[in-house]
Design a protein around this ligand. Structure first.
Ligand SMILES: *Cc1c(COP(=O)(O)O)cnc(C)c1O
Length: 232
């Protein structure tokens, strides 16, 4: 595990120096969806305290075990497509939601957060590449959606998220990441939100260096960082 962490760290730092970015602008989420409870514990012991999961049904037991057995308390990020009927389970347990992609979901997150008396940082998922298989708003839907969030005080719009298509040549993902950054900057210029969007959640195992070069603030790393097990 430590070897993987060191290698990822080295690659992030190289990408930072290539692009003139400061390492402390970038945070890493260890995506534990492909690994067992014990590997997740191991990741936490190695200091990986930002964890990501994409399905509540699969994450539930792991979340529970970490809560009851680990002294360290990681921050959980929900990164997968979120069904409205799972919001009541996820909000309050996962601090960040990276997959806000529709008005009905925004309303439900706001409703649950209000009950709990919290404000939930959310990233708006954008389908930049336009692939049918990808969730997320179309870029042209973004302004109206962002503007509608100002009526939901328990939701804190923090930034944008995207998934690039898998490319054998990671360099080919660059236009997708660059576009997400431009979309964030355009939204901030339009000043539709009370606070500017700071975050860009982009970059996975295959393409994270390109994402760093294009401005990522949250990398979501599974396989390259914590591995992938057959029977997680
Ligand atoms: C699984 C997943 C990741 C991590 O995938 P790797 O390629 O293993 O790094 C990142 N983001 C999302 C939304 C995922 O579902």
């Amino acid at each position: 595990m430590q070897q993987r962490i060191d290698e990822v760290e080295r690659r992030i730092q190289l990408a930072c120096s290539r692009s003139g970015r400061s390492r402390d602008e970038i945070k890493v989420i260890a995506v534990t969806k492909y690994v067992s409870e014990s590997t997740t514990f191991d990741a936490i012991r190695h200091g990986l305290l930002q964890l990501g999961e994409n399905r509540w049904q699969d994450a539930q037991a792991k979340w529970q075990a970490v809560q009851s057995e680990m002294a360290l308390e990681p921050t959980w990020h929900f990164i997968g497509s979120l069904q409205t009927n799972k919001v009541k389970e996820v909000v309050g347990r996962f601090e960040w939601i990276h997959s806000l992609d529709r008005p009905s979901l925004a309303k439900e997150i706001n409703r649950k957060a209000e009950q709990l008396g919290i404000r939930v940082p959310c990233l708006i998922q954008v389908n930049v590449s336009g692939e049918d298989s990808k969730h997320g708003l179309q870029p042209e839907e973004l302004r109206e959606f962002a503007a509608s969030l100002s009526s939901l005080p328990h939701l804190r719009p923090a930034g944008l998220m995207t998934m690039a298509p898998y490319e054998a040549e990671p360099e080919e993902t660059r236009p997708v990441f660059r576009r997400l950054r431009e979309l964030r900057d355009e939204l901030n210029q339009a000043a539709l939100l009370t606070e500017p969007l700071q975050e860009l959640s982009m970059g996975m195992s295959n393409d994270f260096e390109i994402a760093v070069e294009e401005g990522a603030t949250w990398l979501r790393l599974g396989t390259v960082l914590v591995g992938k097990e057959e029977e997680a």
